[in-house]
Design a protein around this ligand. Structure first.
Ligand SMILES: C[S@@+](CC[C@H](N)C(=O)[O-])C[C@H]1O[C@@H](n2cnc3c(N)ncnc32)[C@H](O)[C@@H]1O
Length: 270
């Protein structure tokens, strides 16, 4: 049997020449997750005090998630923090029209060493590069950057149909990385840690839908599977490829997604 390869391109699926979308952007074309998430974040930001509202966005990527989520008419001052070169270049382009926004090309760890400022909001959304065993330290450092009236917003996936898809096939494709007792990343660990801290912690759940397009029409379904698995489609055994397509077919290509937004206010009174 052919052995599956964890993708060296990691989300860099080679696209058909005519388009220029990244795998993440292709996923977004078929899911309403970002839309639902930004709508919810906008509502949360709207209710927070601060004039201007001073925000630190950790791991901003190209900044589009936070920019899309800003409430109209609210004055905001933002520090975007992004260590990777390509997204940072896009971030600089996406933010150049606003003098109140600053982009820093650093990891959070480096930024934290020299940071003296405090923020009304620290946003940490989908930071999948930090291992779960570092969450305690990371969350304490993030919370320490808040003003006394500040709010930490942590966003992470829940356990949903995508988890089921991964659980079923990754334990066959990459058994050493995904053992039988594999527990996927989800917001529950961060929630546990933040609930133990002083202050007020609340969880809001977002439900969204991912609709896989038909494979007969485009490559997009395959790009999305690669995006979630970080495995090249061509390196998977044919029988597994067929099983994955059957799995999607049985569900009419529709998978439910869940995301948790944890809102941690540093002081109880706010
Ligand atoms: C999955 S993206 C999330 C982007 C955005 N926050 C969102 O929710 O749409 C994670 C981002 O974190 C960045 N990142 C990776 N390691 C980091 C670190 N040590 N400190 C800060 N950001 C990091 C990555 O480069 C990537 O752009």
């Amino acid at each position: 049997m052919k052995k599956a390869q964890a993708s060296v391109f990691n989300h860099q699926y080679k696209k058909e020449k005519k388009d220029d979308f990244t795998p993440f952007e292709i996923y977004l074309k078929h899911s309403n997750a970002m839309e639902i998430s930004s709508k919810r974040l906008r509502k949360i930001l709207l209710e927070l005090k601060g004039d201007p509202l001073k925000i630190l966005d950790v791991g901003s990527n190209d900044g589009s998630f936070l920019i899309k989520s800003l409430p109209k008419g609210k004055k905001v001052e933002i520090i975007f923090l992004e260590p990777s070169k390509n997204p940072f270049e896009k971030l600089v382009k996406n933010t150049k029209q606003n003098k109140e926004w600053k982009c820093i090309n650093q990891t959070f760890e480096d930024f934290y060493q020299n940071s003296k400022e405090k923020y009304d909001v620290v946003l940490a959304s989908h930071l999948y590069h930090f291992p779960r065993k570092k969450y305690q330290e990371l969350l304490s450092q993030l919370a320490s950057l808040l003003k006394d009236s500040g709010t930490l917003i942590w966003i992470e996936r829940g356990i949903d149909d995508i988890t089921d898809l991964k659980r079923r096939f990754l334990r066959i494709l990459l058994p050493s990385l995904y053992p039988q007792d594999w527990v996927p990343r989800n917001y529950k660990r961060a929630l546990e840690i933040l609930k133990e801290k002083e202050g007020n912690t609340e969880l809001v759940l977002n439900n969204s839908v991912l609709r896989f397009p038909s494979v007969s029409k485009s490559n997009d379904a395959i790009v999305i599977v690669e995006f979630f698995f970080s495995i090249e489609w061509g390196s998977m055994p044919k029988s597994i490829q067929e099983e994955i397509l059957e799995y999607l077919d049985e569900r009419n290509g529709v998978l439910q997604q869940e995301e948790g937004i944890i809102i941690h206010k540093k002081s109880n009174g706010e």
